[in-house]
Design a protein around this ligand. Structure first.
Ligand code: SF4
Length: 360
C-alpha cells in the first residue's frame, strides 16, 4: 500500500461520500474535528463539499500554537530580551504576535531565537554553549510532550545546568470535557486527534462518550482517514449511538504508547491550565514535577509580563467551534498569514490560516 497515494484515492473518496450521505439521512448534525492538522486537510481537499449539506464540520481547539496563551509569547520575548536567554523553538511559534512583539521581532532587536525540529537540538546547543542559558519552548498537546520529557530527563542525567523549558503543554480530554460541559458549541460528534491518541490511547475518551452520550471516532490526517471517520460517526449519529470508535487503527490503539505515557508521568504532573480563548480548564495542562524543577524556566526566572489579547481577534470563539474564520471582520483584510493578528492565522494547523490559504 502506498500511504501517500492510497489515502487520497478520489474513487474511494466519492464512494465514502455517497455512503455518508446515505447513512446520515436528512437530520442536521455537527461534527467537530478536534485537531488542526485535520482542519488543514479538510480545507485543502475541500472535504466539506463532499458531505451532505445537513452534516456540518466544525473546527476545534487542537492546534497547539493557537491555544497557547499570549502571555506565553510575552514570557518568551521577556526571557530573550531581558534575561539574554537563547530561545529554541518550533518554527510556527516565532511569528505569533505577543502583546508588544513576536519572537521574530525580538530577533530583529538582537534576541537569539533559533528554530528547531527537535527539543534535543536545544539540549545539544546548551552543551555546546555553556556560557549561555538555553530555553526550549515546550508547547503542544500530548503528542509532543514525551519528547520534551525525554530531553528534560537527559538534561538532568547529564548534569546540564544552563538549560530549561518554558512549558505550555495541554491535555485533549479535559479540553473536550470543558467544551461539552459548557454547552458553548452544539456538537453532536467528535473526530478525535490521531497523533494525540497514538500516545494516550482511545480509552482516554471512554468516559466522555459515556458521560455526555456523544460519539467519538479517532481520525487520521489524510482525506480518506477523515471521510472514514465521518462515515463511522454518521452511523452512530443516525442510530443514536455514543460509541468511542477508531478509524485510525494503523497508528492508534486502545492503550496508546505506554512507554511515552511513563515518561510523561515521570517528568510532568497534571495541573489546571489556561488555553487561549477557553480560559482556565481543570487538569487541562501539565507542569514540570518538583524533582525536575531546575529545568522549569517559570521557576528559574522571575518573569514579568503585562499581556493583552489582540483587539478584534475571535480566535477563542473559533477554537470553541462557535464561529468560523470567515466570521471574523479582520479575516483576509487586516489579518493574513503575512501579517497575522492572532495565533489562528499563524500556524499551518490554525483554522484561519487554512481558511485563508484554501479560500476560493
Ligand atoms: Fe484572529 Fe486573524 Fe483569525 Fe480573526 S482572522 S480570528 S484576527 S487570527
Amino acid at each position: 500500500m502506498n500511504l501517500l497515494k492510497d489515502f487520497k484515492n478520489p474513487v474511494l473518496a466519492r464512494k465514502l461520500s455517497a455512503a455518508i450521505a446515505e447513512t446520515v439521512g436528512d437530520r442536521p448534525f455537527s461534527i467537530m474535528e478536534v485537531c488542526g492538522g485535520q482542519t488543514h486537510t479538510i480545507y485543502k481537499y475541500r472535504l466539506r463539499e463532499m458531505l451532505p449539506p445537513n452534516l456540518r464540520l466544525v473546527s476545534g481547539p487542537g492546534c497547539p500554537v493557537c491555544v497557547t496563551p499570549i502571555e506565553y509569547i510575552d514570557k518568551a520575548v521577556f526571557l530573550a530580551l531581558e534575561k539574554g536567554a537563547s530561545i529554541y523553538t518550533f518554527g510556527d511559534l516565532v511569528r505569533v504576535p505577543g502583546t508588544m512583539m513576536s519572537l521574530e521581532k525580538a530577533q530583529a532587536e538582537g534576541a537569539d531565537v533559533q528554530p528547531v525540529y527537535s527539543p534535543f537540538q536545544s539540549l545539544q546547543a546548551a552543551k555546546a554553549n555553556p556560557e549561555r542559558h538555553v530555553v526550549f519552548l515546550g508547547i503542544g498537546f500530548e503528542t509532543t510532550l514525551p519528547g520534551v520529557g525525554l530531553v528534560i530527563r537527559e538534561a538532568q542525567r547529564s548534569g546540564v545546568e544552563n538549560f530549561s523549558v518554558l512549558l505550555s503543554a495541554k491535555r485533549v480530554p479535559p479540553v473536550l470535557d470543558a467544551l461539552l460541559s459548557s454547552g458553548k458549541a452544539e456538537i453532536d460528534g467528535f473526530i478525535t486527534p490521531g497523533h494525540v491518541t497514538s500516545i494516550i490511547g482511545t480509552k482516554a475518551y471512554d468516559a466522555l462518550c459515556e458521560t455526555y452520550r456523544v460519539p467519538m471516532v479517532v481520525g487520521g490526517f489524510e482525506p480518506l482517514d477523515l471521510l472514514g471517520a465521518v462515515h463511522l460517526l454518521a452511523g452512530e449519529l443516525a442510530g443514536g449511538g455514543t460509541r468511542n470508535l477508531n478509524a485510525y487503527s494503523r497508528a492508534s490503539s486502545k492503550e496508546g504508547n505506554v512507554k511515552a505515557q511513563q515518561v510523561m508521568e515521570e517528568v510532568f504532573e497534571e495541573k489546571d491550565d489556561e488555553l487561549r480563548g477557553l480560559g482556565v480548564i481543570p487538569k487541562a495542562g501539565y507542569g514540570i514535577r518538583e524533582s525536575f524543577a531546575e529545568f522549569d524556566a517559570d521557576r528559574r526566572f522571575d518573569i514579568v509580563t503585562n499581556s493583552r489579547e489582540p483587539k478584534g481577534c475571535i480566535c477563542g470563539e473559533i477554537l470553541c467551534g462557535i464561529k468560523a474564520p470567515e466570521d471574523c471582520p479582520l479575516f483576509g483584510a487586516i489579518c493574513t498569514p503575512d501579517a497575522p493578528v492572532g495565533s489562528c492565522m499563524v500556524s499551518n494547523e490554525g483554522a484561519c490560516n487554512a481558511a485563508y490559504l484554501f479560500r476560493d
